[in-house]
Write a protein that binds this ligand. Structure first.
Ligand code: PCA
Length: 212
């Protein structure tokens, strides 16, 4: 049985909710299989998120891992292309930790690419009618650090594909007119991503510029 691990984050930055966990939860209720989908909520903690993700990967033994976070200011589902080995926290995490210019994993490579077929995923999300983009930076905060830790952890297991998706905030989280996406659309986008990965072995070759 193919097993998929999908994670979202808890609230941070004074918000009562995190759009990623709302969308992950909705995606789980709409999941029809046949693969098994396991969802987990991670804390917005540099230390806690990677610890809990490591435990989840060990417990669940997934074939595919997609971590999901919220990116305020964005208007589209963002397929993250690359995780970088640096933290430069703009605000403290939920533990009060705010590292500046430190590596996620000391002595490890500068970056890891997503092992998801990001272009195929983007086309699938667009096909589902949801705004999408390829993103070349997951930031330098907890999402990038968790993404980097995931790619580092799984770099020894190339048969397990993994990556990161950023979602816009929900309309209820933002001022009128600010970029946002409904949880329903975000969940539709996530389901399209998972279905695209599960049905694609090699990525499609299209320019990111043609995806907009
Ligand atoms: N977004 C933050 C951390 C958790 C989240 O959902 C980020 O982009 O790093």
């Amino acid at each position: 049985m193919t097993v998929v691990l999908l994670t979202g984050f808890g609230p941070f930055d004074g918000q009562g909710v995190n759009a990623s966990w709302l969308a992950v939860s909705e995606a789980a209720t709409r999941w029809k299989g046949p693969e098994e989908l396991v969802v987990r909520e991670l804390p917005v903690s540099f230390r806690g998120a990677r610890q809990q993700l490591r435990v989840a990967v060990a417990e669940v033994e997934p074939d595919l891992v997609v971590c999901v976070g919220e990116a305020g200011g964005r208007a589209a589902v963002g397929l993250e292309r690359v995780a970088v080995n640096v933290i430069d926290a703009r605000i403290p995490d939920v533990d009060g930790s705010a590292p500046v210019d430190v590596p996620v994993v000391a002595g490890a490579p500068a970056a890891f690419f997503s092992t998801l077929p990001v272009k195929a995923c983007a086309l699938a999300v667009r096909e589902a009618g949801v705004p999408v983009e390829i993103s070349n930076t997951a930031g330098l905060y907890v999402c990038n650090a968790t993404f980097y830790a995931l790619q580092h952890l799984l770099s020894a297991r190339p048969q397990v594909r993994s990556g990161f998706v950023h979602l816009p905030r929900t309309p209820a989280q933002v001022d009128p007119g600010a970029p946002s996406m409904s949880t329903a659309d975000a969940a539709t986008g996530l389901l399209a991503v998972l279905r695209a990965v599960l049905s694609t072995t090699t990525d499609v070759w299209v320019s990111a510029g043609t995806l907009a």
